[in-house]
Structure formats: C-alpha cells, structure tokens
Design a protein around this ligand. Structure first.
Ligand code: NDP
Length: 296
C-alpha cells in the first residue's frame, strides 16, 4: 500500500481562510477585531522565529497582533505584570507566553496567571481540567491540529484503536484526551512502555510525539493505519541539514493508509489552530456563536 499524504500545509491554509472569514464577519457585524498578544522573554532564536511567524499570520487573517519582547533577565514580577495588563485589556482575546522561559522564571506560575478564557495555548490548569472532564475548554494547538486532520480524513473516529507515543503535557496527554473525546480506544505509550512495536502495531491511528528522529519504522505500522507525525527533528544527512519526523516516512508510507509528512504536516497546523483558538476566545468573550469546525 502507498499511503495518501495528508497535506497539513494545504489544510492549514483552509483553516486560516475560515478564520479570516470569521474575523471579517466579527468586524462587519459586531465592530470587533480579535486580538492576540504574544509575550517573548529573551532571545532564543527558535522562539524568535515562531513569534515572528505567529505575528505575521495573525495580521494576515485580519486580527490585531501585539508583541511584548522582554529582556532575558526580566523578573517574574515584571512578567506577571505584563500578563495582568493583557488579562485586563478588552482588545486582547488571546495571550500566549512563548515557551521555554529562561530558567529563573516559573513556567507553571506564569501560565496559570493567564486568564483561562484568553489562554489560547490551552496550557492553563483550568483548561487542562476542562479538557480532561470533557467540558468546553481552550485546546492545545498542536493536538487540535492533529484532531482536525484525523476528522477530515476519517469522518468519524468512533471505535478506532489509537496509540499516542509520548505523554507530554503539550502534545501527548491532550492528544489522548481529544481522541478519547471522539470515542477512540486510546493507549498512551512512553519511554517505559513494554514492547512498543507490538503496541503500535495494534493501532488504526498512530500519533508519534516523541522527539526522536525516525524512531517509528514502517514495520511497526499496521497495514492501512493513519499516521500523524508530530516530531520535528533537525538532523544532518549527506552533509545537509534536514527536518525529519519521529516516523521513518519512507518505510511507514509503504504500509500506512494515510500519513503526514515532515515538514508540511502537523507543523503548519499549529499556528493555524492558534489563530482558530483566538477567534473562538473572542466569540466566547462576546457571547457570540463559536465558529464551526475550528474547535474540538
Ligand atoms: P517531550 O520531550 O516533552 O516528550 C517526549 C515524550 O516521548 C515523553 O513522554 C517520552 O516518554 C517519550 N519518549 C521518549 N523516548 C521514547 C522512546 N524511546 N520510546 C517511547 N517513548 C519515548 O516532547 P514534546 O511532546 O514536547 O514533543 C514531541 C515532538 O513533537 C518533538 O519532536 C517536538 O519538536 C515536536 N513538536 C512539534 C510541534 C509542532 O508544531 N508540530 C509542537 C510541539 C512539539 P517519558 O515521558 O517516559 O520520558
């Protein structure tokens, strides 16, 4: 079998178009412009690239983009004051504090100081609890993007066996909750899982979020399974820098029914879902109907 490629880049374009349509309607019918604020502490080069990209795409869909760039040695008190100011700003509907934060800052404390209704990353403990109990929440962007692609490919996910490899708070755990919410039978695998190949071979849906280049080979994949590769790993091959996923794409695509490539799969969906979460947060804040197809 040669797998169908799930084109995350194209899908993300469709999500952004939907978001732009909702933004235009919010402006026209209600005079409201959704606003997203991104807070960056320090000068981590990868974080700077992400923040630039987020700001650019926010403006492209017609939303207001605000960036707060703070020095690496900013005190916790000063950072919390910025978050507090954004919490109280009625023009800001989404707040994202770019992680990782410099070591002297307590990430949990900072994330949990964001108003949960504006927590468009979905990392606030209240949103984690709401998602875990099947209630309306802000959903972490990367798993939300994966869910959207899976729903689009399968229609209903009900009754499918899903294996999520990785149990991080930002990808693995929320991904498993979302799949459970869509009535999959879910297994979460991690570094202590016994006989990982056997566990993965049982899955109709495999979500790999490990951070190890090409760790999942094709012969772990059940014939016809859907493979969502969250991994982004920079490696050097044949003297060139290359981005690869956690799945060995070449061998897995011979057995899977459908697979996301790296790059061009899950990656572009993450920012698109951030924009989707911001427009959802804006609608909720204003008591308006939420955009369809952009939430979990
Ligand atoms: P973490 O490092 O936080 O978590 C990795 C998980 O993988 C852990 O639960 C760990 O298990 C598990 N793991 C590690 N080694 C093995 C192994 N040999 N066998 C089975 N499980 C293993 O990573 P993240 O969840 O933050 O990210 C995962 C990947 O996704 C990374 O490549 C990251 O770059 C990428 N990513 C991509 C995004 C996107 O936009 N596309 C967004 C976020 C992340 P244990 O808990 O036991 O240690």
């Amino acid at each position: 079998m040669t797998a169908q490629i799930i084109n995350g880049k194209a899908f993300a374009g469709t999500v952004r178009e939907k978001v732009a349509g909702h933004v235009a309607r919010l402006k026209e019918e209600h005079g409201i412009t959704p606003g997203l604020a991104v807070v960056l502490v320090g000068e981590d080069p990868a974080s700077q690239v992400y923040v630039r990209s987020k700001g650019k795409q926010t403006v492209e869909v017609g939303m207001k983009s605000v960036e707060h760039k703070l020095d690496a040695d900013t005190s916790e008190e000063d950072l919390l004051a910025v978050v507090d100011q954004l919490n109280n700003d009625p023009d800001i509907h989404g707040i994202l504090v770019q992680l990782p934060l410099p070591g002297h800052l307590n990430e949990d404390l900072v994330i949990n100081s964001i108003d949960p209704a504006k927590d468009v990353d979905g990392f606030h403990i209240s949103n984690v609890g709401l998602l875990g109990t099947g209630q309306k929440s802000m959903v972490p962007c990367t798993p939300l993007g994966c869910l959207m692609m899976l729903r689009d490919h399968h229609g209903s996910l009900s009754g499918l066996d899903a294996v999520v490899v990785g149990r991080s708070n930002i990808v693995g755990k929320p991904m498993a909750q979302l799949l459970l919410g869509d009535s999959c039978t879910v297994t979460i695998a991690h570094s202590r899982t016994k006989d990982l190949p056997d566990v993965v071979r049982r899955a109709d849906i495999v979500v790999a979020a490990v951070g190890r280049p090409e760790m999942v080979p094709g012969d772990w994949i059940k014939e016809g399974a859907t493979v969502i590769d969250v991994g982004i790993n920079r490696i050097e091959r044949d003297g060139k820098n290359k981005l690869v996923g956690d799945v060995d794409f070449a061998s897995a695509s011979e057995r899977a029914g459908a697979i996301t490539p790296v790059p061009g799969g899950v990656g572009p969906m993450t920012i698109a879902c951030l924009l989707a979460n911001t427009v959802t947060a804006c609608c909720r804040a204003n008591g308006l109907a939420e955009p369809e197809g952009l939430t979990a």
